[in-house]
Design a binder for this molecule. Structure first.
Ligand code: MG
Length: 304
């Protein structure tokens, strides 16, 4: 058969196949789809800002801004800031329609020397106590960055059974959690996919959860929805940013599409925070950019 005849024949067969498919009614097609169990409580879009991104300087001013502009949560810095501000924050949060999502700061559990890893654990134990007192969702941790000291199998084993385990157990006692954050390969090759973080959280047990950061996920995951679904009930936090330049969502035009990921969050009945972790273009008004983001994310949540 000449190549041209073969191609013509293939095209004709394709048309026949399409016609047969079209004869199946829309109802029959729906009946063949898997039936999903809806979550007990519907998902909520709980928008959140990191402390440094909130307009204003005073604590009350910042929290007032969040409440007045449709935010549901706040993300705090970890480290000394927490200890310096815990009492003031407790008072400032009283009676507000806001929850404290997470605290976020640097961590490293990959040192070759066991005493250095122990010191890192000891550094975070009292922070977990503060976060428990603030009824926070948890403390964001990245087990290792850039070039980990320990090789990967040993590092995973040590984190799951020793460093991460100790922190998670302490967190659970305080009513909070450690939140594993998968990054991207340029920052760490150790933990870069939500499913892997979820598996580690499952292996560690109570007091350990996982999060997804849309920016990192855009580099490492094949599907936002699939990645979130793989975390299931262990998903406790989400970071979001524009998907070309890691700025406030909305500034990168059509690239800033979160609908697929929001579908996953809706299927999970996710009610944690969706927190901006990204910069602001200098030449534009920060408050207006935040309000634009709120509008965009609410529209896309409705579409999901
Ligand atoms: Mg992040």
């Amino acid at each position: 058969m000449m190549r041209r005849d073969f191609l013509l024949g293939s095209a004709t067969a394709g048309v026949a196949a399409v016609s047969a498919t079209q004869r199946i009614s829309a109802q029959e097609q729906t009946a063949g789809m898997p039936r999903l169990t809806p979550p007990e409580k519907p998902a909520e879009l709980n928008l959140c800002l990191q402390w440094g991104a909130i307009p204003g300087t005073e604590m009350k001013e910042k929290l007032d801004f969040l409440e007045a502009n449709g935010f549901a949560a706040v993300e705090l810095p970890s480290g000394p800031w927490l200890f310096d501000n815990v009492e003031a924050m407790k008072k400032a949060m009283a009676g507000r329609r806001l929850f404290i999502a997470t605290a976020c700061g640097p961590s490293d559990f990959s040192y070759v020397e066991a005493e250095k890893r122990d010191a890192e654990v000891a550094k975070f134990l009292p922070q977990l106590e503060v976060l428990g007192a603030l009824k926070s969702v948890g403390l964001i941790l990245c087990p290792a960055r850039s070039k980990p000291g320990l090789p990967f199998p040993e590092l995973r084993d040590d984190f799951v059974n020793n460093t991460g385990k100790k922190l998670a157990e302490h967190a659970a006692k305080q009513g909070t959690s450690i939140v594993l954050e998968p990054l991207q390969r340029a920052e760490t090759k150790f933990l870069r996919q939500v499913a892997d973080g979820a598996a580690m959280a499952r292996d560690i047990g109570p007091g350990c959860t996982v999060m997804g950061d849309f920016w990192h996920m855009s580099k490492e995951e094949t599907s936002f929805m699939g990645a979130f679904l793989s975390a299931g009930k262990l998903l406790s936090h989400v970071h979001i940013a524009s998907l070309k330049n890691r700025k406030v969502p909305g500034v990168d035009g059509p690239a800033d599409n979160y609908v697929d990921g929001f579908k996953g969050l809706k299927l999970l009945g996710y009610r944690g925070a969706v927190s901006l972790e990204g910069g602001f273009p200098k030449e534009m008004d920060k408050t207006q950019l935040i309000l634009n983001m709120v509008k965009l994310l609410r529209e896309q949540w409705a579409m999901a």
